[in-house]
Write a protein that binds this ligand. Structure first.
Ligand SMILES: *Cc1c(COP(=O)(O)O)cnc(C)c1O
Length: 836
């Protein structure tokens, strides 16, 4: 596939020769046989100063994690030294979210220390699962966007790219979800309660961030004092990012806020969940909590300051590092590439301009050229209402100098627009960086496009709609800036680590080159006709299902039948993702069985998981509905052994790693035109699940790669969705489709809410009264038809596994290594910098 993707896999260290490996890491030879100088035992005893016999699982986890960190620490140092010496072009990935999940098992896998770990587990009589469970998920993100950032830093380290991630060290990540009477409830995620063995604080590298005002609380309300500048410190906490093979150890640098002055952000924040946590009167509040909001940008002052804080800390750090070895400012774009993950860090445009104008003393034209050449922007949404804007008044108070710069950028830009489109004042209004009076707001997406050399979407259809719809005027101005970079996921975490059963069988069939070059999975294609390999794939799935069922029973007390079809939809709960369409499908299947319990059919288990933004009421009603549906169906003696519905609480990376390998069916059923890419669709594909889905996001490219016949596609296309706006009427489906009508009538008769009459009225409003904006009813019938095909094929065990293998073989394109190779070649113009 590409030269960059494979270097780490070219000459893997021999797992057998562990001491050689450790010597290479500068740590060996070390005995792992229970003698006193073993890393693990040393940590266990000295870190906690207790007798090893008296330690609990948490201490043992910390000791294990610290030992692994010891193994990589010299290599980590050497990586940075190499970059400093070689002075390559460096890549900086700025993201408000990094949804990392757990690190212990992943780091062991990437360092190829599994044999050492296994020996340690045996020698020390450890319970590996209990140990792993001690590590909290680092949930510093909401969903796909944050997980993408985490996959990208894994790929960049594996491909030996001189890259660094920059984010915020939220004290509280995405809230913990639990279910009470079927409703979602939120608890704060205090993930740093125990010391985190992975992070290294770097207090001597702190930066000071200046703000244009200070804050004062008078009579209980927050007052901004405009004339009086204040400042906050950013403290870096570094986390190692081990590339596969352990050659490159890159850094994820997360910033925590600390106070020189007393600072209050509480009144800045309107959201209850956030203000409850940011209640203390201090600068630390700034990085206390991640905004639990997916896809939309409700303007909130605390979030605005968080975004500036990330940008200001990271750019100060980048520029300091650049200046240490480069005398000439004009070298900036040759030595630095900065990727903005969505518009959240797009204050980087005025911030870099400010540095180049005010600190470096460059003229406007040169500063502007360097800024544009250094920055690149990734767009993640087509919804105009989800494009970020911030009140101009906030800039005025908090960042007056940045506002000056933004307005000057805009003045020059609009001059250009007028010169190229004389008399077209409508166009000028549409593309302006400032939304019109009276509540003037800065349009962050326009700022990012104008202030950078590259704008990319995250799947072919998304990039196309971006160019032709959402950002059409800007794409007409700068067509050469727009491109597509279809998302991917790291096969290390999502296949090698999450699904040992399948990974082992793939390696047995084609060797282990796929781990760093996923395109090699193509070699599996002919094996679809090999009965032995089909059996192996079937056995792998069966193992993963049994192990998931076993875990589910132990963890949640829920029993599911590994011989049933595991049919999953796991992702943030959102109307456009249409969990409600899935639920309607289940209601129809339930109605069919109630009417005719006779038919012979494979039993089915419907697995749902996902969090709703705490303020998104309808999404919470959908969770409530799924839980009530589950309660009714699972108790009904007629259908009990045929249909089972499970809503799993607390969806997170660790749950995804368990559930996805066990799934037979992946539901990717967003309203076409709404899902930018999706990445869980890819994880399912490479774990041997078949997709039932709409032609949306990257699912379209998955179907292209595997062949349409090997997926179950249904429903309106994005063009048809757009074309039926204006005349679509859900009542037509209700009036003319008996099964649709019966399903809705059953819901609104309170069949699933006997003791809570009327609780699902908001669903009636959304699906009928208010016009069914996401067109559930338009797609229900074709969904059911695709579902019938799918169940029909499942009865043909060989036919099913053939399609599974065709999907697996075609999933190589969806490795984040391929995505990163494209970013590196086409946006960053940066290459590997191997560590000797
Ligand atoms: C992959 C992943 C997502 C993204 O899922 P989509 O179905 O693409 O929205 C969200 N959350 C977690 C925990 C994930 O692992």
């Amino acid at each position: 596939m590409n030269e960059n993707a494979t270097p780490a896999g070219a000459q893997p260290p021999q797992p057998a020769d562990i001491n050689h490996l450790l010597t290479q890491y500068g740590c060996g030879p070390i005995q792992f046989t229970g003698t006193s100088d073993a890393l693990y035992e040393r940590h266990l005893m000295f870190d906690n100063v207790v007798d090893a016999a008296a330690t609990g699982a948490r201490e043992r986890y910390e000791a294990a994690a610290r030992s692994v960190r010891d193994v990589l620490s010299q290599r980590w140092l050497r990586t940075e030294q190499t970059y400093e010496r070689e002075n390559p072009k460096r890549i900086y990935y700025l993201s408000m979210e990094f949804l990392i999940g757990r690190s212990l098992a992943n780091t062991i896998t990437n360092l190829r220390l599994d044999p050492v770990a296994q020996r340690l587990v045996k020698e020390e009589n450890l319970h590996p699962l209990a140990l792993i469970e001690q590590e909290p998920d680092a949930g510093l993100g909401n969903g796909g966007l944050g997980r993408l950032a985490a996959c990208f830093i894994d790929s960049m380290a594996t491909m030996q790219l001189p890259a660094m991630g920059y984010g915020l060290r939220y004290e509280y990540g995405i809230f913990r979800q639990f279910i009470e009477d079927g409703w979602q409830r939120e608890r704060p995620d205090n993930w740093l309660r125990h010391p985190d063995p992975w992070e290294v604080p770097r207090p001597h590298e702190r930066v000071e961030i200046k703000l244009g005002c200070s804050f004062e609380v008078r009579g209980g309300t927050l007052g901004v004092v405009p004339g009086r500048p204040s400042s906050v410190f950013g403290l870096p906490f570094d986390r190692p990012v081990a590339g596969y093979g352990g050659r490159t150890i890159n850094t994820l640098r997360l910033w925590a806020a600390a106070a020189p002055d007393v600072f209050d952000f509480q009144a800045f924040s309107a959201g209850e969940f956030v203000s409850a946590l940011a209640g203390q009167l201090s600068a630390e509040s700034l990085t206390r909590v991640l905004y639990p909001d997916d896809t939309t940008s409700q303007g909130q002052g605390l979030r605005f300051v968080q975004e500036y804080f990330l940008v200001a800390c990271s750019l100060a750090d980048v520029v300091r590092r650049f200046r240490r070895i480069n005398a000439d400012w004009s070298a900036l774009p040759r030595k630095v590439a900065i990727q903005l993950n969505d518009t959240h860090p797009s204050l980087a445009v005025p911030e870099l301009m400010r540095i180049l104008l005010d600190d470096a003393g460059l003229g406007w034209d040169e500063a502007w050229d360097l800024t544009q050449q250094t920055l690149a922007y990734t767009n993640h949404t087509l919804l105009p209402e989800a494009l970020e804007t911030w009140p101009l008044a906030w800039f005025e108070r908090l960042l007056p100098r940045h506002l000056e710069i933004v307005l000057e950028i805009n003045r020059r830009f609009l001059d250009d627009v007028r010169a190229r489109f004389p008399g077209d004042e409508d166009r000028v209004r549409r593309v302006s960086l400032v939304d019109g009076d009276p509540n003037r707001r800065i349009r962050m997406a326009n700022l990012a496009v104008v202030g950078s050399h590259s704008t990319n979407g995250v799947a072919a259809i998304h990039s196309c709609l971006l160019r032709t719809e959402t950002l059409r005027d800007l794409a007409e101005m700068y067509p050469e800036r727009f491109s597509n970079k279809t998302n991917g996921v790291t096969p290390r975490r999502w296949l090698l680590l999450a699904n040992p059963a399948l990974a082992g069988r793939i390696t047995a069939a084609i060797g282990d080159g796929w781990i760093t070059d996923l395109a090699q999975l193509e070699k599996l294609r002919p094996l679809a006709e090999d009965a032995g390999f089909r059996d192996a794939v079937r056995a792998a799935k069966r193992e993963a299902k049994a192990s998931f069922a076993h875990w589910l029973r132990a963890a949640e007390g829920i029993s599911i039948d590994p011989d049933s079809i595991f049919d999953s939809q796991v992702k943030r709960i959102h109307e456009y993702k249409r969990q409600m369409l899935n639920a309607l499908r289940v209601v129809v299947l339930y109605n069919r069985l109630r009417q005719d319990p006779a038919p012979e059919m494979a039993p089915r288990t419907f697995l749902f998981a996902g969090k709703a933004a705490p303020a998104y009421h309808l999404a919470k009603v959908i969770i409530k509905f799924i839980n009530n549906l589950a309660a009714t169906i699972n108790q009904d003696p007629v259908v009990r052994h045929r249909l089972k519905v499970v809503f799993l609480p607390e969806y997170c990376v660790s749950l995804a790693e368990r559930l996805i390998p066990a799934s037979d069916v992946s539901n990717q059923i967003s309203t076409a035109g709404y899902e930018a890419s999706g990445t869980s669709n890819m994880k399912f594909m490479m774990n041997g699940a078949l997709t039932i889905g709409t032609r949306d996001g990257a699912t379209i490219e998955m179907a292209e790669a595997a062949g349409e016949d090997n997926l179950f596609l249904f429903g309106l296309t994005a063009g048809q969705v757009a074309g039926s706006r204006g005349w679509y009427n859900p009542h037509w489906h209700y009036d003319n489709e008996p099964e649709t009508r019966a399903a809705l009538d059953l819901i609104f008769s309170d069949h699933f809410s006997r003791h809570e009459p009327g609780v699902f009225e908001p669903l009636r409003d959304a699906l009928l009264t208010h016009g069914d904006h996401y067109m559930h009813l338009a797609d229900l019938r074709s969904y059911l038809a695709a579902d019938r095909d799918l169940v029909g094929l499942y009865a043909d065990a060989d036919g099913w596994v053939r399609k599974v293998i065709m999907n697996l073989a075609a999933s190589g394109r969806f490795s984040s290594d391929r995505t990163i190779a494209e970013y590196a070649a086409e946006i960053w113009q940066a290459g590997p910098c191997p560590v000797p």
